[in-house]
Design a protein around this ligand. Sequence first.
Ligand code: ATP
Length: 308
Amino acid sequence: MTTPALQARDVTMRFGGLTAVRSVDLTVNTGEIVGLIGPNGAGKTTFFNCLTGLYVPTEGTVSYHDKVLPPKPHLVTKAGIARTFQNIRLFANMTVLENVLVGRHTRTKEGLWSALLRGPGFRKAEKASEERAMELLEFIGLAHKRDHLARNLPYGEQRKLEIARALASEPGLLLLDEPTAGMNPQETRATEELVFAIRDKGIAVLVIEHDMRFIFNLCDRVAVLVQGEKLIEGTSEVVQADERVVAAYLGEPFEGAPGDAEAAEVEAAEADAAAAGAEAPVTDAAETGTAPSTDGDKSAGTTKGEAQ
Ligand SMILES: Nc1ncnc2c1ncn2[C@@H]1O[C@H](COP(=O)(O)OP(=O)(O)OP(=O)(O)O)[C@@H](O)[C@H]1O
């Protein structure tokens, strides 16, 4: 039986005169991988920001396991929803392990005094956290890099580390915002496997992505946003076949649809070339060494509360 994990009802987000998201309903059931696609500026990230408390929706509600979520990011995380961002937000000058440990803070009970005094309770909790962080690093294949600085990881591994850090809060639902952006075909395929493995651990996934092959291979259901409104929602087959989607987004019939042998061959050749080729680029965050911001993705724009 399917149980709703996330339920967004009638979510609208206005920025002054601009309606970025208009009356969007979306349900993600436990055990599901759901895709959210749409052209640039369609409102996908804004919708994610409404789900995770970075923005207070102008109208509508977001519930998780039938409880309305307070629009505060740390309470949303505590409730069981974790996310990654479109732009990598690792702590560049911290190690791989430390980045994952940071992600555990909502799940540790030890308070400030306990941490300062480093009493037995704190040391026990610290050890348990480290063990759990190492399990997660094993899971995503980065355990051997635990002591490397995040900034020194290749791009694809930085993206994986972000996912590990999100998983460290022990979510029941993981939101991924363009997890394969900037990846080569081989890294994209590995990410696909990773998302399946996350789902197999009982974590539901909602993913924004522009790579249609990735989305249509991966998702049980796909919702399409166009100009802030949900155009259609359905299985990959239904969405790909919808003429409005083709017109509004895909532009032409999707060539890499599952079963398209020619596209699969091209992809395999690209992956082989990538495997033999150059190292992945380093991210902005790594180059500049900047710490992650706590704002929404549009950090120059309106953040939570300001839009009301
Ligand atoms: N903080 C903000 N203040 C004002 N306008 C905003 C803000 N955030 C987003 N917008 C506007 O809302 C609309 C939707 O943007 P959004 O980033 O959500 O789209 P998107 O579908 O995620 O696009 P992309 O695929 O390019 O990431 C755009 O017109 C954008 O300029």
